[in-house]
Design a protein around this ligand. Sequence first.
Ligand code: AMP
Length: 418
Amino acid sequence: MTDQEFKKPSGTRDIFDREGDYFQKIEDTSRRIAGEYNFKTIRTPILEEKRLFVRSVGERTDIVQKEMYELTTKGGDELVLRPEGTAPIVRSYIENDLYKKPQPVKFYYFGPFFRYERPQKGRYRQFHQFGLEILGKKSPALDGQLILIFWKIFKSLQIETSVKINNLGCEGCRREYVEDLKKALKPHKESLCKNCKERFDKNTLRILDCKEEKCREVIETMPQIVDYLCKACKKNFKRVLEFLNKMELPYELDPFLVRGLDYYNNTTFEFFAEGWGFALGGGGRYDGLVEALGGRKTPACGGAVGVERTVEVMKDKNIEVKNKPKKVFLAQLGDSAKKKAFELFEEFRKEGIPVYESMGRDSLKSQMSRADKLGAEYTLILGRQECIKNQIIIREMKSGKQETVSLDEVVEEIKKRI
Ligand code: AMP
């Protein structure tokens, strides 16, 4: 590296070349699939009021307590660089009266987010997420559809994922569960990590999210929230799982999956790729959030995928993302064929199909060897006989298979194959 004066801030990255290709592939794939499910794009500001995240993500979460990039404007407004995508979309839903539209409203987004975390592999201070949100309707099929779409996106990117799923219940079941959890954790309090000791009184549920080995050992022995679900929550959970079964989507129940944000209730889920310790993405239902931010009572669910982590997995698996266009070579033999070849070349150009040629060469052998060197998938051969019959030969270079088609149809025929 050169000894240069300016460097990018710690935990941020320049994304270009191969990395850029992976980003583009993930963005294109996720936008395409979200569009197929009638999600519409939304872009909210990078800057939002700090209060928005304090109220939604939660005052006692790591994101709000330690990780937000905060600034005070010259006018005295307290703003932050958005640490996540759901709260801004809920803000936008309320501010733009989107409850007046036919419900549910379905949005997708793709963009940068900011968390002041300790940078390491798979963890950055500026990272990107692709997210989906469904607001205005409650149905287990919507939770299921959300999971299905993320799963399909990964599949389309050639990543096999498994889904971990849990149900956090409604406020009622959760209250009862947290009381019992606290009682069960109390005798183990001293063996928990420093963070969990601090979480014990006011943020008990978050202890279940701790990744420290000694805490995990305690957590495994704790009561499970599924045993505390009320009748309605149980029924809802069963129906989400039935949907996933019907879609033949592999999942695993994880009774301790709580996620790092406060606003979730009922379904929560996370995606994992085999052999990778960190989640590629996750989400869940947040039926209380619209109301908590000043809107009317509105059921909603959503989730987000980390783009950098998805790139890591794709790179590790050597997944090819550059769709190299197939090359076509045009060879000619004889004066009249050369003349026709020039015209045909123009026809291809007009259709936006790049065609390679070597008009300066006369022998077919040298033209074919040129086509070979270029790595052409197809060579079109226009000889004297073909010229007379208004035909042309399409040679598939790999197999050596040849077929003769009419000159008038060759452009369409090649279009189908490349
Ligand atoms: P969350 O918004 O915390 O639910 O995170 C959703 C996904 O975003 C995670 O599963 C990660 O893939 C990704 N993510 C979250 N934080 C970071 C980070 N600091 N760096 C890179 N990716 C992240």
